[in-house]
Design a protein around this ligand. Sequence first.
Ligand SMILES: [Fe+2]
Length: 385
Amino acid sequence: MQFRRPDGALYTEEVVGAEGFSGISSICYHIHPPTLVERIEEPIPYGVEYADEDFLRHRHLRGFQIEPGGDWLSGRRYVMGNADVRLAIARPTQAMDYFYRNATCDELVFVHEGEGRLESLLGTVEFTQGDYVHVPRTVTHRWVFNDGRPPRLLVIEAQLEIRFPKRYRNAFGQLLEHSPFHERDIRPPADLVTHDEEGEFEIRIAKHGYLHRYIMRYHPFDVVGWDGYMYPYAISIHDFEPITGRIHQPPPVHQMFEAHNFVVCSFVPRLFDYHPDAIPAPYNHSNIDSDEVLFYAEGDFMSRRGIDRGSFTLHPGGIPHGPHPGTTEASIGKKETRELAVMVDTFRPLKLTQIALEIDDADYAYSWKPELHGNGTEVSEAGRR
Ligand SMILES: [Fe+2]
């Protein structure tokens, strides 16, 4: 429909969407055409190489050792991935002097440390420690971090979309009351700032293993209004209300997001199982069709040998894992945990990068030897799964 600028010219309509015209979309109104390309520069290679020799072993990656550097994209240190998902730690020290659009992947960023704002053509999303920030693919944006020490960010890149689990929603898409979070916890873009500026504005578009460099004539954030379902948002891990029970609840109760061939779960402070004979520590398990990644954000897991803030563990399908020696008995009667962790369970095997191998704790695969654990009176948080 005709929607005119004050000077009488038409605003330029753009449908930003997915899956042809069948998926979610938003309609936004630009002052200038979003198609006006001034020139295209040489693309920057942006692929991930995997160094893993396909050895089957449990891994402990000391993610906290990853040094800061680079900007939002050059600073991503990829540690593992497959065709469905890639995981990186980012500690950028340089500002983005360009705009960014991922043309392949939805991006979900867990803010371990730091704060700032995500600026997009649809408005601004403020974020702070503990937030997940979800940026749907194709949304042009840039990250601005507040001054201070470099942030610590876990970046989850999903082939295709990331969404809330279907079982939490009714037939109309609304989150059900048994969902551990609610629509009111979702913080969509606010404070739409419209930039009517002409000049040279670079958008780096991630696709096919390259960052394609498009120099646009007009500022990409020249939108005067929009509506729809595709937009970036933030939701805090602290707004996840844990589901607990008399006996051990399996990991799916911690699920927060789903995507193609993987899920993301939030482990948050909660009461332990309260049946008088309950064992809060979980059973050993071997999920043959799942590689299980835990990212330890906060909590008491330091009592587990070597596990620190910012560590990853990778427990691949095909070999069992479970509580460290002594922790099952020691967990009995414990009332609660203060842990905070993000789990990514993939349904196809993960491969490690060279960076991951450099921060790998080679002894971890042997850490279930009882002689390493004294009399076993320490209760390990991480050892519970
Ligand atoms: Fe597990």
